[in-house]
Write a protein that binds this ligand. Structure first.
Ligand SMILES: [Zn+2]
Length: 466
């Protein structure tokens, strides 16, 4: 006869975090410090980022959690920062007997390898064509590509193409912005030492050139200026009871955009994005650490650097996992937990989940919601579209069931200077974090592991890792 083990009885009794363990004031304390002007927007890398990492480690230390990094709670990434080098820049397009000399002021460069091309025939493509082109069409070519007016799909398509091009090593990529050019990334990129090479890519801010149908290219780029960049993920473990070799991963990125170059307010505080997610991780950690009995599985608390630079800290972790990814049963990543003034209306007492129907993790989280009075909702427009927009994606790419939970997708101060700590709704946030912590506890205690939906074609790549 099936008999409930005493451990299971304990876990049922503790199905939810007791009220009062997660408080609005504790959350406010974390967010107001991390998003203060003193941390200068937590750019990757920066002093402010390092201070934020020290703060997070200090909180883990206070809770007596097990350090998992190479240096206490820190997982160190010794990377390189590559900066645009404008020296000797020259860009000329020759078409139909006309020469177009493009000055440095009219381009956006990314850090490039040394490039010296003279009168090279270009392969002309639309962004659509380039995205669908075979590897051979792109490899080793000088490409001339139109960049349509930027919206989210165009940004995503370009980002995906750029990732491919880094591998295919074209001779040069010249993009012509048909509308507003993308914002400059400050002319620097971050690379791990063993990372892919730099791309000789130039965006031209002259829409009138978008009608060129063919061109020859002369391009001179000086090699990027490189300096060491040390950044750190922060990792702590709450060891489980009988299934301690398996772990539920609770994560958030702690970086943001840094400083603006001019104006009365220069700090991108990143209070909702994503000091709020970090505060959520810290208070879930605090609540679980205070429970009288351990959860069955271990819980790994992890905060990432350089999400805003392209999910770099999370990707670094998946390449250098501190616990086996195959034993990491789920990743619940936190973003934007504090603001309730969504662009689509107020979001009170509710939690959104990206890739809502990709796995059955939603069932566990919905159960946590039922226990704590918070609705788990699917936003039809944004749920799938935002799946790849945060640190859960690198884990999904390695076949870990991974989702991002947030209160809002888009909110008025998103990536603006006004994302400040006083604008968050901490009472609502406390309810939401208690719900999420309860979800983590259920995931840690439930008999089965969550799984991707085998019927959903969107998850095919996440189910077939070797
Ligand atoms: Zn974010």
């Amino acid at each position: 006869m099936y008999r409930l083990s005493p451990l299971l009885l304990i876990s049922f009794a503790q199905a939810q975090l007791p009220p009062g363990l997660v408080t609005a004031d504790a959350l406010k304390a974390h967010v107001s410090f991390l998003a203060s002007d003193a941390l200068e927007g937590r750019n990757s890398p920066s002093k402010g980022l390092d201070i934020a990492a020290e703060y997070i480690a200090s909180r883990f230390r206070a809770l007596g959690l097990k350090p998992l990094g190479d240096d206490g709670y820190f997982q160190t990434a010794d990377w390189t920062r590559s900066q645009v080098n404008p020296e000797g820049f020259q860009l000329t397009l020759e078409a139909s007997g006309k020469k177009y000399e493009i000055p440095y002021s009219q381009v956006i460069l990314e850090p490039a390898p040394k490039t010296a091309l003279a009168g090279v025939t270009m392969t002309r493509l639309t962004l659509e064509q380039a995205s669908q082109a075979s590897d051979d069409t792109l490899r080793g070519q000088a490409l001339l590509i139109n960049l349509p007016p930027l919206d989210r799909p165009v940004m995503q398509r370009y980002a995906a193409l750029r990732r491919r091009l880094l591998k295919l090593a074209p001779t040069a990529v010249v993009l012509i912005a048909e509308g507003q050019a993308p914002p400059s990334r400050g002319g620097a990129t971050l690379r791990s030492v063993a990372d892919t090479p730099l791309l000789p890519a130039v965006i031209i801010r002259q829409p009138e050139l978008a009608s060129l149908t063919e061109a020859k290219l002369t391009l001179n780029l000086a090699p990027a200026l490189e300096t060491p960049a040390k950044m750190r993920n922060v990792a702590a473990l709450l060891e489980g009871e009988d299934l301690r070799d398996q772990a539920v991963l609770v994560s958030a990125h702690y970086d943001h955009l840094g400083l603006a170059t001019s104006g009365p307010d220069t700090v991108y505080n990143g209070a909702n994005d994503n000091a709020s997610g970090v505060a959520g991780v810290l208070e879930v950690a605090a609540a679980l650490a205070k429970l009288p009995a351990k959860p069955r599985r271990s819980v790994l608390f992890l905060t990432f650097f350089a999400e805003e630079k392209g999910l770099l800290g999370a990707r670094h972790y998946t390449l250098h996992p501190l616990l086996p990814l195959a034993q990491t049963v789920a990743n619940l990543n936190f973003e934007q937990l504090g603001r309730t003034d969504s662009s689509e209306g107020p979001n009170l007492d509710m939690v959104n989940l990206t890739g809502f129907d990709f796995s059955n993790l939603k069932d566990t989280l919905a159960a946590a919601g039922a226990l704590t009075g918070v609705r788990l909702v699917k936003n039809e427009k944004s749920s799938d579209a935002f799946f790849g927009a945060s640190d859960n994606q690198p884990f999904a790419d390695r076949c870990v069931v991974a989702h991002t939970a947030s209160v809002t997708y888009e909110f008025p101060d998103y990536h603006q200077l006004g994302d400040e700590w006083r604008k968050l709704d901490y009472d609502n946030m406390a309810k939401v974090v208690r719900m999420l912590g309860t979800g983590v506890l259920l995931l840690a205690n439930q008999q089965t592991r969550p799984a991707y939906d085998a019927e959903n074609s969107a998850t095919a790549n996440y189910r077939n890792c070797r």
